[in-house]
Design a protein around this ligand. Structure first.
Ligand code: ADP
Ligand code: TYD
Length: 202
């Protein structure tokens, strides 16, 4: 029963909304779910949020390495990804290594980013990645109402990141199970499509 399902997309693509809706659909069928996210709320994830918020600064390669370290901690820590899969939970994770590939490769070499994440992919490869596709103009207008902006939340950067995701899907099509979903529709319609695919995976 335990499956590892990851939600991906540019900022404001609707991941949080869809994770909640999928959680509801699974809980109604008494399927045990564990919800988690990256960056984590543990020390490395907290430090990443300081860099992302611009409160502290460091080299972008150091940020890439810290994302990979936060991820390995997330996988292996007590009550982390592996623990929850071992308990038979369906793990729903907001972002994982495809985010590192798409976001950090704007500034760093993609092969190096993939090498940094190779252990994560070997130890805990998702059963399904769900990519919520929304044009950058639309997702930026959704997040602008949040008030605070993070260092990657700029229109041209989000456009580049969305393109990076699509280049990756092509490159990884034989390695990763990826569902691309049109995220511009009503949340309930999107949730129905996602649930139908998740039923196949479970
Ligand atoms: P993410 O977790 O990817 O940043 P959220 O789920 O927090 O995205 O959504 C960002 C914003 O967009 C929120 O204000 C949310 O209510 C809104 N939103 C989410 N899904 C949709 C959708 N399908 N259509 C319109 N607005 C949406
Ligand atoms: P998140 O809080 O999920 O942002 P949002 O809700 O706006 O989608 O993620 C924080 C930021 O961190 C977001 O801009 C994406 C970025 N990020 C990376 O650059 N690399 C990564 O590996 C991860 C997990 C996130």
């Amino acid at each position: 029963m335990s499956k590892f399902i990851v939600f991906e997309g540019i900022d404001g693509s609707g991941k949080t909304t869809q994770i909640k809706l999928l959680h509801k659909a699974l809980a109604e069928r008494n399927i045990p779910v564990h919800i988690t996210k990256e960056p984590t709320d543990d020390p490395m994830g907290k430090q990443l949020r300081k860099y992302l918020g611009g409160e502290e600064k460091t080299d972008l390669r150091a940020i890439a390495a810290l994302f990979a370290a936060d991820r390995l901690h997330h996988i292996t820590t007590e009550n982390g990804i592996l623990d929850n899969l071992a308990r038979g939970n369906v793990v729903l994770c907001d972002r994982y290594y495809l985010s590192s590939y798409a976001y950090q490769s704007v500034d760093c070499d993609l092969d190096w980013i993939m090498a940094l994440n190779r252990e994560a992919a070997n130890i805990a490869r998702p059963d399904l990645h769900i990519f919520l596709d929304v044009p950058a103009e639309q997702s930026m207008s959704r997040v602008s109402s949040r008030g605070e902006t993070e260092i990657f939340e700029k229109l041209d950067r989000q456009q580049q990141i969305r393109k990076n995701f699509f280049d990756l899907f092509d490159k990884l099509k034989n390695k990763e199970n990826i569902l691309i979903v049109d995220g511009t529709r009503e949340p309930e319609i999107i949730a129905e499509e996602i649930f139908n695919k998740v039923k196949e995976v479970l």
